[in-house]
Design a protein around this ligand. Structure first.
Ligand code: WT7
Length: 631
């Protein structure tokens, strides 16, 4: 491993090294940088193609890079179809446990039947290649089936996280111009049924372009179904049109697979566009190499499929790699804080991938809960979503991993499709650092002019090259794609991530956090703009600002500042009412911790709210450069 590394370092054991799919990071990294296209061609060879590509990377129209042009593949060809011709046909693809304790399992064969049937249902509803179907569901198998069915027929899906609410859903339906919505009556969370269909009903009132709404019956709670618009999933799946035979559409490598919205600095959420070919290659390669995937593994990514983590690492990458995927519907501590450990034991989970927030939340309940279960099947652990504090890392390593499971702290984004900075199992680890770039990637920490920061110095995180999993554009808004990610380092051709970071003497990357107006609450990404517009949509509010302040469990919490309309009076009740209003418009995760009534907000002369100043004041820190502050 060469010279000694600085700081708190955890070296991999012999056992981990011996079984690792990739044993030498440095050599392969060097090769992947010297011949990036060669590396990515080799990885693409691992997959099936209807027709091989003509060109690995087409960079003739920067920054609109294209990968595997001329190639034909549908992600389903690799995630399902190819397994049906091997022994994996009868391997479990999905093990699902509902919060109440109900269980469902699907072999690859069974999954294929359900996906084919639903593909035919969608076709019978007029869904065609290129259409965007919005999916708003709890964590149930039908969510995965609906996503895969869209992909199979060449339609794109737009999954809206089931924890979002009316306005967030309506806005996303409208932006995608979806005609078809797939939803459910509800799901279970902390022992209670949620009311998804009634939120969907309100959203459909606000964005009337939905012509067909397909609803899964999960909880059996009563809900309003509109004649000729709303249909029960199980009714349609019982009809003769829902045949279990369906040809997979032979899509082009660059055809749209899905869009997924991210919250941005201003205005509407951005629909990140991902495509069949590059995304298939990138997600499956990162999953196979970083999590050292073997056929015997039972893989559990405890995220929600409604976010990119779930798209890439619950659904697509593990299925392409022929893994058995675990999925759980509900809260980690329901009915007891041992729920997860009980499932690890019951299903023999070998790899667990989750977020620092979940780890901190479970750590709070103490060591006795995990110790009550035999979780020795675990051989690798993962973390994603925000920086992991060393204390939580060490607890995870010692108590969950029994000091034998390396922790893969993976840095990436909705925009990147898959892991960008990450260790491999053989990488010496430093708690809190995502360590090194994945193969093919060159990462920099730079100042505004693009000059590299010195070792240990903070700067802006950039990626210096294209990669196959990158988002191709923002739906209907190419200009915004260029301005958000590529404008500041146009000369260099670098991708700007929106995070700050530092790189230490050993070349280890330490991500610090967002530097734009994105707030990470419990690892979930929210835009200040969306929270502020939810506040302003309340009858009493004239202006609002939202900022993030550190929070022990959630990483960050939302704090808001509100200017009331003339004639309105401040009160505790109104503050409470405003918090609830944000929760019902956006979703419970967006509920502000505090609402503070103010007479004015710090603004630049051009009228932009200076959230940085609000934050510094709240933390009692130096307010920094105030030269642009309005009088
Ligand atoms: C932002 C992207 C990628 C899947 C989930 C989040 C933060 C993500 C890490 C990590 C430090 C991290 C960054 C990034 N982030 N992973 N391992 N260490 N920060 O996707 O919702 O698009 O959010 O999450 O700030 O920019 P996302």
């Amino acid at each position: 491993m060469g010279s000694k590394l600085e700081g708190d370092v955890y070296y991999p054991s012999e056992e981990v090294i011996n079984q690792a799919n990739v044993k030498n990071y440095d050599d392969l990294y060097k090769r992947s940088i010297e011949d990036r296209e060669g590396f990515w061609a080799e990885q693409a060879e691992e997959l099936d193609w209807y027709k091989k590509w003509d060109k690995v990377l087409d960079d003739s129209n920067k920054p609109f890079y294209k990968w595997y042009t001329g190639g034909k593949t549908n992600i389903i060809q690799n995630a399902i179809d190819r397994h049906l011709r091997t022994w994996r046909r009868n391997k479990l693809a999905l093990i699902w446990e509902g919060e109440p304790g109900d269980v469902a399992t699907y072999s690859y064969h069974a999954l294929n039947r359900e996906v084919s049937k639903f593909s035919n249902v969608l076709k019978s509803m007029g869904v065609q290649k290129g259409d965007i179907v919005t999916i708003y569901m709890p964590q149930i198998p039908e969510l995965v089936i609906a996503m895969l069915a869209c992909a199979k027929i060449g339609a794109a899906h737009s999954v809206v996280y089931g924890g979002f609410s009316v306005e967030a859903l309506a806005e996303r339906i409208e932006d995608a111009k979806s005609r078809v919505l797939v939803t459910a009556d509800g799901g279970y969370r902390r022992g209670k049924p949620t009311q998804l269909k009634s939120i969907a009903n309100d959203a459909m009132k606000r964005s009337p372009n939905i012509e067909v709404c397909i609803c899964v019956k999960r909880t059996g709670e009563e809900c309003y179904m509109e004649n000729d618009r709303d249909f029960w999933y199980h009714d349609l799946m019982g009809l003769p049109i829902a045949s279990a035979n369906c040809e997979t559409e032979q899509t082009d490598a660059e055809d749209m697979l899905f869009i997924l919205y991210t919250s941005g600095t201003t205005g509407r959420p951005k629909g990140q566009v991902h495509t069949h070919g590059g995304y298939s290659v990138y997600t499956s390669t990162t999953h196979r190499m970083v999590f050292d995937i073997k056929d015997e593994d039972r893989w559990w990514c405890a995220a929600d499929p409604g976010w990119i983590t779930g798209h890439s690492y619950i659904v697509y990458a593990p299925l392409i790699n022929g893994s058995t995927v675990m999925m759980y519907e509900g809260a980690p501590n329901h009915p007891y804080p041992s729920r997860w450990w009980q499932m690890v034991e019951k299903y023999g989970i070998t790899i667990l991938y989750t977020s620092p927030t979940a780890i901190r939340g479970l750590m709070r309940f103490g060591d006795a809960w995990p110790k009550r279960h035999d979780i020795s099947s675990l051989r690798l652990l993962g973390s994603v979503g925000e920086p992991i504090n060393p204390e939580a890392w060490k607890w995870y390593h010692k108590i969950i991993g029994n000091e034998k499971c390396p922790i893969m702290d993976t840095w990436w984004q909705t925009e990147t499709g898959g892991f960008m900075i990450t260790p491999l199992p053989v990488t010496p680890l430093k708690p809190g650092s995502a360590t090194k770039p994945f193969f093919g990637n060159e990462v920099g920490v730079v100042n505004d002019e693009g000059k590299e920061a010195k070792a240990g110095e903070e700067g802006k995180l950039v990626i210096k090259n294209p990669w196959p999993g990158m988002a191709r554009t923002i739906l209907n808004d190419e200009e915004r794609y260029v301005n958000t990610y590529w404008k500041n380092y146009e000369k260099q051709g670098w991708y700007e991530a929106g995070d700050s970071a530092r790189i230490d003497k050993d070349g280890y990357i330490w991500v610090i956090g967002r530097i734009d107006d994105v707030i990470k609450v419990s690892g979930y990404r929210l835009g200040t703009a969306e929270i502020e517009s939810a506040l302003v949509s309340h009858a009493s509010v004239s202006e609002a600002a939202a900022i993030a302040l550190p929070h022990e469990l959630k990483g960050n919490a939302i704090h808001t500042f509100v200017i009331l309309k003339a004639g309105e009076t401040e009160s505790k009740e109104l503050a409470e009412d405003l918090r609830n209003h944000v929760a019902s418009e956006m979703g419970p995760i967006a509920k502000p911790e505090t609402v503070k009534f103010v007479d004015g907000l710090p603004k630049t002369r051009s009228g932009k709210i200076m959230r940085r100043v609000l934050k510094a004041r709240a933390l009692g820190q130096d307010e920094g450069d105030l030269s642009t502050l309005e009088e």
